[in-house]
Design a binder for this molecule. Structure first.
Ligand SMILES: [Zn+2]
Length: 502
């Protein structure tokens, strides 16, 4: 009996478990047996590899082959095991002269095409990160995934184009153009606030939302610029630091959504699903292990739900748990996975069914209006710190640019966030800081005076008061003030205006 082995990895959401593939050839009829909880996509691997070996004249064992994927209790799915299985079979036959293929610190990722070329796979970044953590020193990846794998420091990445390359020589490192910070992840110039005309106040409100990480609701008639403003919020959020970039890029890597020329995502993502989005597409789902949904694609960025009154309220309600926990647990047939989902929620909708440009021109009866607004009321609305009404810009203002550009606003956001982080003692926004930490810096009783009449009248809940205080801190941070006073509390209450008053 001859034995060969190679290392690969099994993914469960964003976490990974190293998998050892052993190939044993021995006496018996030339059949292949695969053991170790492999699903159909892995079982098909043997068929693909046999075709590829034949195509390029690599001998396929003429005896019985047993392939074992261990640990045996870990479910294995995906075509990325092809390359490691191929190497294990080559090693069992002592075919390749390349000793590195037999090293225990080397791992292999890649699908093998029927002609032997190596097909790119999804999830390379989280797989490489996990393998590095487990002590793997060198990893072979499809050449098309090389740029993505290379963003991980302290691991030797070898690109491979074709199965034949394994036999001929050790593939060398290919020079890849370094990704610069100015590379846009979507290949087109990022939208900038300087494109928006005559919406000064709305832009200032978006600035407050960005500075404190507050969720935002915008109501207004069509053409008032709601989507334009929402799409520009990521341009004023801080750039992701390296650890955040790896985390965000890993999620998009699993979904195969990376730009091959600039795979590392360094800007906060913007995700804007259709109003008729299903619960599975919003939260994550699919068979086997669940795939990330829109809320995880928007992790560390903005989830924009336009025409939010068209979204089923049962679907909107599903956002409550991830908004609270900043992650989502998804259970499917093969197991439970957790994906991060810390996003800033931006909702937009028409202020009423008739879509009149101003309140004065609205012809909706009060009961129609109330029914309409009930769609976004309740516990979800309670978590949205800022609600604003947008009017279409007046004619005189249309010709002028907003005169603020995203770069300037991003600087203001960064300064305000630094103040907050210094105060709370860690990297957290005012919207997301935990209650215990929030209470450690109490406000003067005088500052809270504007809230007393509302509390007495039952128009402000305990949670509402707490959300108001968070928002007032952001306003104080933007004004470079030590702490919010009654003026900032009053301004926060105005931004948290109830729906009936919008
Ligand atoms: Zn109306």
């Amino acid at each position: 009996m001859a034995l060969g082995a190679a290392q690969s990895v099994a993914m469960q959401g964003l976490s990974a478990i190293p998998v050892t593939i052993e190939a044993a050839t021995g006496r018996g009829l030339p059949t292949t047996q695969l053991v170790g909880k492999a699903d159909i996509s892995v079982r098909e691997s043997v068929q693909r590899l046999r075709a590829a070996f034949t195509h390029i004249n690599i001998p396929w064992p003429r005896s019985r082959i047993t392939l074992s994927l261990s640990p045996a209790d870990v479910p294995k799915t995906g075509a990325h095991y092809d390359l490691a299985i191929a190497v294990a079979i080559l090693n069992a036959q002592r075919i390749s002269a390349d000793n590195t293929l037999r090293e225990a610190h080397t791992a292999f990722l890649g699908e093998v095409g029927l002609d032997g070329h190596i097909v790119p796979v999804t999830g390379v970044l989280p797989m490489v990160l996990a393998l590095r953590q487990k002590g793997i020193k060198r990893i072979y990846v499809p050449a098309a995934n090389y740029a993505e794998a290379s963003v991980v420091p302290d691991i030797d990445v070898a690109p491979i184009n074709h199965l034949q390359d394994l036999l001929q020589h050790t593939p060398g490192e290919q020079p890849v153009p370094a990704q610069t910070a100015s590379d846009n992840q979507h290949g087109s110039p990022a939208p900038d606030f300087c494109d928006i005309r005559g919406q000064r106040q709305a832009i200032e409100t978006a600035l407050i939302a960005a500075a404190g990480g507050h969720h935002l609701l915008m109501l207004g008639p069509p053409g008032s610029g709601k989507s334009m403003i929402a799409a520009r919020i990521p341009s004023i959020l801080p750039r992701l630091n390296f650890e955040e970039s790896l985390e965000v890029t890993s999620i998009h890597s699993i979904l195969g959504e990376l730009n091959p020329a600039a795979p590392l995502m360094t800007e906060a993502p913007f995700v804007a699903p259709h109003p008729r989005i299903t619960a599975a597409a919003l939260l994550g789902g699919g068979s086997g292990f669940a795939k990330p949904g829109a809320i995880s694609r928007a992790h560390r960025g903005v989830l924009f739900l336009d025409e939010c009154t068209e979204i089923k309220s049962s679907t909107l309600d599903l956002l409550r748990t991830p908004l609270q926990e900043k992650e989502i647990r998804l259970s499917r047939s093969q197991g439970t996975v957790t994906y991060p989902a810390h996003f800033q929620l931006v909702l937009a909708g028409n202020s009423c069914p008739c879509g009149a440009p101003t309140v004065a021109e609205c012809r909706c009866s009060s009961s129609v209006k109330e029914r309409y607004r009930q769609k976004i009321s309740g516990p979800l609305l309670d978590r949205i710190d800022i609600r604003m009404r947008l009017e279409p810009p007046r004619m005189g203002l249309l010709s002028t640019n907003s005169s603020v550009d995203s770069g300037t606003l991003r600087g203001i956001v960064a300064t305000a966030r630094k103040r907050a982080q210094k105060r709370w003692g860690r990297s957290v926004t005012n919207a997301a800081v935990d209650e215990k930490t929030l209470r450690k810096v109490p406000l003067q009783a005088q500052a809270l005076e504007p809230t007393y009449p509302l509390l007495r009248a039952g128009m402000l809940s305990a949670r509402g008061l707490q959300r108001t205080i968070r928002l007032a801190w952001t306003i104080a941070d933007l004004n470079n003030q030590q702490a919010p006073g009654s003026a900032e509390i009053a301004e926060a209450l105005e931004l948290r205006v109830s729906l009936e008053d919008l």
